[in-house]
Design a protein around this ligand. Structure first.
Ligand SMILES: [Zn+2]
Length: 304
């Protein structure tokens, strides 16, 4: 199974004490190397300007790529630009594109992008919530535009709502956006009444939600939507911050829940999408949880 990453993603420096640190990605990469020695590691290419412009405004590209700062610059209180952040953002977005190309070429049914910065909060015009470019949205647009797909689903199980992904696609019925997230957290969007053009389904869950309620929610509400959509490709915004150990949220999942949901998503992909699943790392801020969940997630995607 191909795993796309790049050393530049470790060089994106958010400053001391920031939860979205390079230690996160280093922990994921080390855990995957240790547990799944047969993974096919590949260097992520840079996303091109044209690929980024398919979902982002030119002004956002300029803000991230043209003004490489000498020191750390805060785009907002959470979102930091360091001298090498532009390169990291290009590689994180490029990983998703290369992973889509790999599964569309039939090299592998599934692929994973071990990247940072994460992406799902970035809107067309604004970097926010630790995210610079919207990696999963760039990958979805590539699958639509370059591979001619008509139905691409994005399943987002990060504990935060992927407001950026929703905003980018909420008027585009070729994309189905499904999100479970903890109610009341940043970015305070993702209510059940936000339905796009019928292509958005949000499931806010209360703090304290554990395995049973989480699995029931997906079985009763979100997986039937995915099934009915008959996706030709399933993309996953894989945040592991709904784990009980995570310091930024209060949900109570464990690695088995991520393995379970990954298996469910993969089963629907096998039914409708020739098994094609591309997953990209989003959040997750406890290193031990990241290690366990990323290994469980990749095993459920068929690695090792
Ligand atoms: Zn998150």
């Amino acid at each position: 199974m191909p795993v796309f990453t790049h050393s530049a993603c470790l060089g994106h420096d958010t400053g001391p004490g920031h939860p979205e640190s390079s230690q996160r990605l280093a922990a994921v990469i080390q855990a995957l190397h240790d547990a799944l020695p047969t993974l096919d590691w590949r260097e992520a290419p840079r996303a091109s300007r044209g690929q980024l412009l398919s979902v982002h405004d030119a002004a956002l590209l300029d803000a991230i790529l043209e003004r490489a700062p000498d020191t750390l610059t805060h785009l907002d209180p959470d979102t930091v630009l360091s001298p090498s952040s532009g390169e990291a953002a290009l590689r994180a977005a490029g990983a998703g594109i290369a992973a889509v190309d790999a599964v569309m070429a039939g090299n592998s049914d599934t692929a994973f992008c071990a990247v940072r910065p994460p992406g799902h909060h970035a809107t067309g015009g604004q970097a926010m919530g630790f995210c610079l470019f919207n990696n999963v949205a760039v990958a979805a647009a590539h699958a639509l535009d370059r591979h001619g797909l008509a139905r691409v689903a994005i399943a987002d199980f990060d504990v935060h709502h992927g407001n950026g992904t929703q905003a980018i696609f909420e008027a585009d019925p070729r994309v189905l956006y499904l999100s479970s997230h903890q109610n009341g957290l940043f970015p305070h969007s993702g209510g059940a009444r936000e339905r796009g053009v019928g292509n958005v389904m949000n499931l806010p869950l209360p703090p304290g939600t554990g395995s049973r309620m989480f699995q029931e929610a997906w079985v009763e509400r979100l997986l039937p939507e995915l099934e009915a959509f008959r996706p030709q490709l399933v993309l996953i915004s894989a945040g592991f911050d709904a784990h009980w150990r995570d310091p930024l949220a209060q949900m109570q999942l464990d690695a088995d829940d991520y393995a379970w949901l990954t298996g469910e998503l993969r089963a629907i992909a096998q039914q409708h999408a020739a098994g094609r699943v591309v997953s990209t790392l989003e959040g997750g801020y406890d290193l031990q949880a990241l290690r366990e969940c990323s290994v469980a997630h990749l095993r459920a995607l068929g690695a090792g």
